[in-house]
Design a protein around this ligand. Structure first.
Ligand SMILES: *Cc1c(COP(=O)(O)O)cnc(C)c1O
Length: 409
């Protein structure tokens, strides 16, 4: 079965229309009231978390990286099923804490945390993942000003890179984390500072589909943390080993072998649990893998035209809402995200079609030469794999088009 058919099967269809959360697309569009929009299927979301939990060792804590999809209703759904939240800004922190999650279960990573963000984080009592020695001194000053002891972990830039990642965030020189060889000095400094040290964070890559690479990275990460833990100024209660689990976007992508990752992590963890890290919470943090596949971006056909033998379908959405699908968010070679004519699933007479967005740039291409049945203005085009890094990772003010609504179904 090809990948697009698999997606159609997962969402389901009725009377030639895609179902999202059990509702036909045209009815859902009527409910939302305007196009384009994003819809996130909460049953798929919860099912996905359950699958991940079942595959990972039972003593692993699961953290949701809010930046993948910070819609408050999505984060609220997640709050009930994940152990922790990973945030990357003060606004994400507010969304995370609004769910009722304990600040002790929220960790704040990312370079360039402003003084005001640090003050919010210290006042809230979330764990601040230190990205540099300079940030550590600003955190200490913030704590002194507020009369509070900040809770901190050290984000480590490992000596190894994770090959095969869509995005590399560790190894070599990095804006992320403290170089592993400089961590001992920082730990000594933290020991003398007015702050509470809880542990380590290593996040070295994103969008990885290769189980062997992830297994190897987790093994190296835990070995590195064990070594660093012996220099810690206090007991290590928190070890965040990152995530980076990828999802398939293109026909050539094979889904990640999650079962293997889980099995091998259980073995590695067995060794790690002896001695110094016996009592630490070991955390896997995932964004895209938890939410990416549960969401669709829905946009309406505005115009169809022929140009010198090519068929163009012009829609009311585009790169200003779903930059990634246009190929302009971290892709080297542009490839099509899976898409379908969601109100014409029964259409048999397919033709090679270019689906283009409404922005005045040739970059606004959602489907380059895809096989689609004939569509007309008013039909709905669905772009899959839109649950992560969609709306909030797009230049929404570009051309001042209307905003896209987001709904949970
Ligand atoms: C972005 C980010 C994540 C989430 O990455 P995904 O590829 O979406 O799983 C996790 N941890 C940190 C520190 C991040 O910056």
């Amino acid at each position: 079965m090809n990948y697009r058919d698999e997606l159609l099967l997962r969402f389901g269809s009725r009377d030639g229309e895609l179902l999202v959360g059990g509702t036909t697309l045209s009815r859902l569009a009527a409910r939302v009231g305007s196009t384009p929009f994003f819809a996130y299927d909460h049953r798929q979301l919860l099912a996905r978390v359950a699958v991940v939990r079942a595959a990972l060792p039972p003593d692993i804590e699961l953290s949701y990286a809010v930046k993948a999809n910070p819609m408050p209703a999505v984060v609220a759904q997640m709050a009930g099923v994940v152990d922790r939240f990973d945030i990357a800004s003060a606004d994400e922190m507010h969304v995370a804490l609004d769910t009722g999650k304990s600040p002790a279960k929220v960790s704040f990573a990312g370079p360039g945390k402003s003084d005001s963000e640090l003050a919010s984080a210290v006042a809230a009592g979330v764990t601040i993942e230190l990205e540099s020695a300079g940030e550590a001194t600003r955190v200490e000053r913030t704590g002194q000003a507020l009369g509070l002891r900040p809770r901190v972990a050290v984000r480590v830039n490992p000596p190894f890179a994770i090959k095969g990642s869509g995005m590399r965030l560790g190894g070599g020189p990095q804006q992320f984390g403290v170089d592993a060889e400089a961590v001992a000095d920082l730990l000594r400094w933290i020991g003398d500072a007015e702050m509470d040290f809880v542990g380590f964070h290593v996040f070295a890559g994103s969008q990885n589909l290769d189980a062997e690479i992830l297994i190897d990275a987790q093994r190296q990460t835990l070995a590195l943390v064990r070594e660093l833990a012996s220099q810690a100024p206090g007991p290590v209660s928190y070890v965040n080993i990152g995530g980076g689990f990828g999802i398939p976007y293109f026909p050539t992508d094979a889904p990640l072998d999650l079962a293997s990752v889980g099995q091998r992590l259980a073995e590695t963890l067995g060794e790690t649990r002896q001695g110094i890290l016996a009592d630490a919470s070991v955390v896997v943090e995932l964004g895209r893998y938890l939410v990416g596949e549960c969401g669709v971006y829905v946009t309406r056909v505005v115009d169809t035209k022929q140009s010198r033998g090519s068929t163009f379908v012009v829609v009311d959405g585009g790169l200003h809402h779903q930059l990634a699908a246009s190929g302009n968010f971290g892709q080297v070679i542009r490839r099509n995200y899976p898409l379908a004519a969601g109100t014409r699933l029964d259409g048999t007479d397919t033709r090679r079609t270019n689906v283009v967005g409404c922005s005045c740039t040739p970059l606004d291409m959602l489907g380059d030469g895809v096989d689609l049945p004939a569509v007309e203005p008013g039909d709905l085009i669905v772009i899959f794999q839109a649950g992560a890094y969609g709306l909030t990772a797009s230049p929404t003010r570009f051309l001042s088009h209307p905003a896209a609504r987001e709904v949970v179904v």
